[in-house]
Design a protein around this ligand. Sequence first.
Ligand SMILES: [Zn+2]
Length: 255
Amino acid sequence: MTSIIPASSKGLGNDKNASPDNGQIANTSKISERIRARFVAGGVSFLANDNISEYIQPGELQELEVEVADRVRELLQSLLIDIHNDHNTEETAERVARMYLNEVFKGRYQKQPKITSFPNVKQLDEIYTVGPITIRSACSHHFVPIMGNCWIGIKPGTRVIGLSKFARVADWVFSRPHIQEEAVMILADEIERLCEPQGLGIIVKAEHYCMKLRGVMEPQCTMVNSVVRGVFRHDSSLKQEFFELVRQQEAMLAT
Ligand SMILES: [Zn+2]
């Protein structure tokens, strides 16, 4: 379960220099270096909150899991934890690798869940809201949890999607390292692309564990932000209707 190649801290270029005399670089380098080479060659963005599934080939995620576990094991050793004698942390590296790649950051590595949109044959044009949708994410700065709720408001356009699909796409978008402000924008872009609404509003209220667990240690502090698109942006009465519907949904939960 360990990598053949020694850890390299400087990425692809470093590896090339390390093996100048054979043509097998692509086969002997770390899997992350081989995938990263595709990003670089294609000029592709691979920021923490980007989805990179298109550039990962079948079987590579399993290889990546082995490599990440190797790096986490080194991290634990650098933290001076005796992983060879401590039964609690013996397999922590493998667990953390699986957790990052398959759970908390799955929205980077997995393709968007299949979401079918349908023509809006009844020409529905009344505003509706969906929520609260639970969001689980991690802050890009500290990799600690962001937990909260999201409400999505739609004034339908030419296409519609099922209500449960909003929760699926939100989970996919939020399951990446994020800052909340950008997460909301990315979710709005995806929903606009999926169902082309006349109006779209999203509100996110979340607790940031980098403020609760560390730093200023403010346990009650939350962050609320919103984005409005289309007619919600230009028509203040529609925007107010969206916010009022969300208030009503919250009030229903409180009773
Ligand atoms: Zn943070």
